[in-house]
Each structure stands twice: as structure tokens, then as C-alpha cells.
Write a protein that binds this ligand. Sequence first.
Ligand SMILES: [Zn+2]
Length: 157
Amino acid sequence: MGLNPGEVFVHRNIANIVPNTDINALSVIEYAVGHLKVEHIVVCGHYGCGGVKAAMEPADLGILNPWLKNIRDVYRIHKSTLERISDEESRYKKLIDLNVQEQCVNIANTTVVQKEMKNRNIYLHGWVFDIETGKLIDLKIDFKTILDSTRDIYQVV
Ligand SMILES: [Zn+2]
């Protein structure tokens, strides 16, 4: 990213999920946005993600089941798009992209981000790291359109 040590505040977990009940992820967002006043928030997934792969398969993985359900929910939301893709590898990559997108939407709909966005700009970025090529891909997600279309459902402040 061309930045110096300490310039990025990082939170990592399996399959870059931001569940609305994850006190760890939500605390990171609260601190970074509400206190550090960060302007840029990046959700970075990666191709070859084992978490997303596992969510595409019908296996009982114990305590991972509720975690992976977040990705299954992304699949449900985008089922028609995903099932139009016949090539399995392409569908897997698309789910990785859409998972990044939905986690960005989850962040945008946190109360702290909604509150801060009333007074200043916060830029959301959905990225995917392609392990095979070493390239960082900007998915160029149109957050304005996505958030405007669901504002009546999620806006609380
Ligand atoms: Zn992964």
C-alpha cells in the first residue's frame, strides 16, 4: 500500500467478515472511525479464500458454522447473480468479491460510521488481493448507489 508502519489500523479474521454482533470488529471500527477519525476504510478479501470456499460446501464445521453463515447469507442475497455463473471457479471468485462488498455495506451501516458521515467524508474501499498475481484489485464498488437504495431500511441516525 506504500504506507509506513503504523499508518494502517488493521483488523483481521476468517474471510474478512464484519458481523453486526462481533464486538471485536465493531470495537475496531468504533475506535478507528469515532476516535482516530480515519477517512479511508478498506475491506480486503483474497482469491483462494478458504473461508469463502468452506461456505460454498455443505459440511458441518462446528463452531465455524455460525461464522460461515455470514458468507452463506451473502450467497443468498446475490443468489441470482451467482447462479448465472456456470464456471465454479468464477462463481467462487464472484462470491469473494460480493462478500467484500457486503462487509463494506455492514461497516457503512454501523451507527458510528452513519454518525461520522453526517459531518465528514468517509471513503469505503472494497479490495481483493490476488495471491497468484500479487496484485491488489480495487473492486470499484458503487457504494453511493448501494447505500442510497437501502438507506430507508438501515439509517438510524
Ligand atoms: Zn481467506
